[in-house]
Structure formats: C-alpha cells, structure tokens
Design a protein around this ligand. Structure first.
Ligand code: NAD
Length: 479
C-alpha cells in the first residue's frame, strides 16, 4: 500500500480527479489517499502561495503527489503553485509522453510517439523580474551547470531505460550563447557517454516547426523549461487534444503527477472535460511506485475505450467516434473495460521499471575567475547616445577604466551607432581597462560614486568575468 497526496485543484480539476480515482480504485490500485486543498480557494483566502504549511508537510511526508490542475489568479502578488511545487521539491525532470491514437482519434500525425523531457526548475521560470526604468522591465534567465547536467542525463537514461533510439536537444544558442549555449554544450558532453543512442541538436524555432510538421522524426526531446512548456502543449495538441497527455515531475526524493493541461475554467462543472490527461498522469504514477500490473490494466482498458470510439467532446469526431460521453461516463466505460485488452492498439506490457537513479552532481574544480570589467545600466531619458557617452566619460577614473561600448536593449549605439536604431530609456555602459586586464571591486565602487556625483541614474551593475581566460559575457550586438 502506498500513501499518496491528492489535490483536486480548480476548474475541471475535481471532475477529472474523481473520474481518475474511481478508475484507480476499481482497478485495485494499492493506494491510500491524503487529500489537501490547494489553488484558488487558498489564494483567495489571502495565502499568496496557494498552499498551507500543513499541506506541504503532507506532500513531503508522502513524497508522491497526484495533482489536478489549478488556477493561478492573474495579476501581481500570486505565485504559481505549480512552479513552486516543482522547485521546492526539486522535481527537476518533467516527462511528457505524447503518442497519437490513430485511427481512433483524429490527427494529422498517425505515427507520432515522442517524449518531451522538460527542465523544470530554472530558465525564465526563476521568476526573478524587475522594473528598472519607466520603459523597461527585465526577467532573469538562469541556466546552471547542475540543472543542465541533471535534465540531460535524465533524458539519456530515460531513453536507454525505455529502449528509445534518439535524443534531440532544442535551444536558441545562436542568440543566447551563454545560457542556451551552456545547455547545448552540456548536451554534447553527456551525449558522448551514450554512444548507442543517436543525438542531434536543433535551433528551437526550426526544431519546433519540424516537430509540428513531422513529429514521427522525433523520439525523446530534451529542452530548457520555457521551450519545453510551450512545445509539450503543441505536441499533446497535435496528437488530437491537449486533454490527452499526462506528465511526471520527477525529483531525487519526491514526485508529482498531473495532466499537462490547465484548469479549463470555461468547461468546468459541465461534465464534458476529458479526464485522459490525468488518467495518463496516474498511470505514470503507478509505474513509478511499482504497481506495474495495475498500470497496465488501466492503460489497456483506456486504450480499449478509445478504440471503441467512446470519446469526450474534445476528441469526438463524426465518422471516427462512436459515442459522445461526459467525464463520468468516460470513466465508467474505462472501468467496464478493466481486465480487457485493446484489439487494434498493441496492448501495453510495462517492464519492472526501476526508478532512474542518476549519479549525484559533482561540482567541477573552480575556474580561474578574473574581474575584467563592469556593465553599468543607466536610466536616461535622452535620445542621442553621443550625449550620454560624453556624460559617462566624465566618470572614467584614474585607474584607466574606460567606457568601452554603450548598448540599448543589447544593440551597440556608441561608438559608431546607427541613427535608425530605436532607443529606450535603458542603457548599458560597459567599462573595461583599455588593455582588458583585471580590475578590482573597489574600482567599481569608485565608478558608481562618480556616477552619483555626476547625477547619472545607475540602476544595476553586472560584473564582467573571465573564467580560465574565456569571456563569461556576451559582446554587444554589432560589436
Ligand atoms: P487550459 O489547458 O486550461 O485550456 C486550454 C484549452 O484546452 C481550453 O479550450 C480548454 O477547454 C481545453 N482543455 C484543456 N483541458 C481539457 C480537457 N481535459 N478536456 C477538454 N478540453 C480541455 O489552459 P488555459 O485556459 O490557458 O489555463 C486555464 C488556467 O489553468 C490558468 O489559470 C492557468 O494558470 C492554469 N494552468 C494550470 C496548469 C496546472 O495546474 N498544471 C497548467 C496550465 C495552466
């Protein structure tokens, strides 16, 4: 018997959770349930995290969490509980299988069978955002070596375990050379450890286009958080409906299982939602906790129901489907099929899945890190960069630190900028020694003091380091 935590969530959450639990219990799942309240009600009671401390205790004690979708109220002040659960519990791997159910569910992609492995803890989802000037806000994109190593190794180990042949990586490292560049570099490093598995890298835009056009060419795709979030919805939708896919969020100690879709408020309370995404999440959970035979029983009954043309509204198609049913009736049909196997789909047989055990991350020896300059970001309402350069050059100090370049939204505007370049009130002034040798933190403090004296509104600084002689920062665009 495994004790799990269950949250019924918001919108269609309670309907699809009840349907899923009814199927699990009818199939004989050896689970006991602790139910917790999360989401809208908790947010609106004044708790901006959407969850109470005692609910956290339950989740941490049971370690396995089956969660229905929740609504994050729009606007400032509310933090997404989905994102914080993944991060608090260290659920670094988000695994989203997307397989088409042709010919029973209408799709343009009959032979699609791919798994998206999405990084779950970092990237733009660090949620570190600031307004810096009247016109400009920023969001920090954080990519770490341990984050990349863990997710990429997980993707290869998963491929090996599941007998999959290829791992593809999507990034935008032609533009984000430091952040996505690190993800790609670590993908290449780790791929070498798995010579039996094919590997490839795609720039995310064309990779996404290829994935949407010929998904049958892909097997496992590993991606940073944001691309994985967007593209796993695309992948699920092109199998027939976003309502069909489940996901596993896996960490070293805890795990969370859910549908990939949201709380679909427009169809909630109408008994029309497709519970399949959460059923698939629950099947991933049963496999994870070692109840393989029950997982097989539920999956085969579900496949049989789909094959019989018993479909919810989202996948119902005249001619292909036989009977349009509601959420409850769909669950009932799956329950009636427990113990049966599909006739046209291949019945599933799950192997005794050992939970993937990855080696602990080992920190590399520290590099030789040198401070070689500083980017000082300035709020300035002028329009001519030459005027700003003159002002800023007044603060070049006697330590031979010189203004090297000014950029606006990343593009060089001084020296030799183009008058056509549109500029906001957010300017980056890069200072370095003219011979690019080391500077000191004291130099930066002096520089900032001088900016204050000259009435230059500095909004933040970013130190420029070299690591083992290699620049740890990108050039200005056009530099
Ligand atoms: P959504 O996934 O809820 O809905 C998108 C579309 O898909 C809608 O047309 C909806 O009716 C349809 N759909 C979704 N699930 C379906 C199902 N099971 N059966 C039939 N049709 C289904 O996305 P959204 O409208 O952008 O988000 C609604 C809310 O859900 C937001 O508050 C968002 O923050 C939240 N959300 C939660 C999660 C989660 O809890 N993991 C994930 C995504 C979005």
């Amino acid at each position: 018997m495994t004790r799990i935590t269950v949250a019924k969530g918001d919108g269609i959450g309670p309907e699809i959770m009840d349907a899923t639990l009814n199927i699990l219990f009818a199939a004989g799942a050896q689970i006991e349930i602790d139910e917790i309240e999360v989401g809208a009600k908790v947010y609106l009671s004044g708790n901006s995290s959407g969850i109470s401390l005692t609910s956290w205790e339950t989740i941490r004690k049971n370690k396995v969490f089956l969660k229905a979708p929740i609504t994050t109220p729009q606007g400032g002040g509310y933090k997404s509980l989905n994102v914080s659960t993944r991060k608090f519990l260290g659920l670094y791997a988000n695994v989203r299988p997307c397989k088409s159910l042709y010919p029973f569910v209408s799709t343009k992609h009959p032979v699609m069978d791919m798994v998206i492995v999405r990084e779950n803890e970092e990237d733009l989802y660090a949620g570190i955002e600031h307004q810096q000037t009247d016109e400009v806000v920023q969001c920090l994109k954080l990519i770490s070596r341990p984050g990349c190593e863990k997710i990429i190794r997980y993707a290869f180990e998963y491929a090996k375990d599941q007998n999959r042949k290829k791992v593809s990586c999507f990034t935008k490292d032609n533009i984000m050379k430091q952040t996505d560049g690190l993800f790609h570099q670590i993908f290449d490093e780790i791929a070498k450890e798995y010579p039996e598995i094919e590997n490839e890298h795609w720039i995310v835009d064309i990779g996404a286009a290829k994935m949407a056009d010929t998904p049958e060419d892909f097997d496992v795709i590993v991606m940073p958080n944001l691309y994985g979030d967007v593209l796993s919805d695309v992948a699920a939708q092109i199998t027939g409906s976003v309502g069909l896919a489940g996901s596993a969020n896996i960490g070293e100690e805890c795990s969370m299982f859910e549908a990939i879709h949201g709380s679909a408020p427009t169809i909630s309370g109408k008994n029309v939602a497709n519970p399949s995404g959460l059923i698939q999440g629950a099947i991933l959970m049963l496999n994870h906790i070692g109840q393989i035979k029950i997982a097989e029983k539920v999956q085969n009954a579900w496949l049989k129901t789909i094959e019989e043309g018993i479909h919810t509204n989202d996948i119902f198609k005249e001619g292909t489907s036989k009977q349009k049913v509601g959420t409850k009736e769909f669950a009932q049909a799956v329950i009636s099929n427990l113990g049966k196997t599909p006739s046209l789909f291949k019945p599933v047989i799950y192997k005794n899945q050992s939970q993937l055990k990855l080696p602990k991350y080992v920190r590399k020896p520290a590099a030789n890190k040198k401070l070689v300059g500083v980017d000082v970001f300035v709020h300035w309402n002028g329009s001519d960069p030459n005027e700003l350069a003159e002002k800023v050059m007044l603060v070049e100090n006697k330590n031979n630190i010189k203004l090297n370049i000014i950029t606006n939204r990343g593009i060089k505007v001084w020296p030799d900028g183009f008058k056509e370049t549109f500029c906001t009130d957010h300017w980056r002034c890069r200072f370095k020694k003219s011979d690019s040798t080391e500077i000191t933190k004291a130099n930066i403090i002096t520089l900032l003091q001088q900016c204050m004296i000259e009435n230059i509104d500095t909004i933040k600084t970013e130190n420029l380091y070299s690591f083992d002689g290699k620049a740890g920062y990108s050039l200005g665009q056009g530099q």
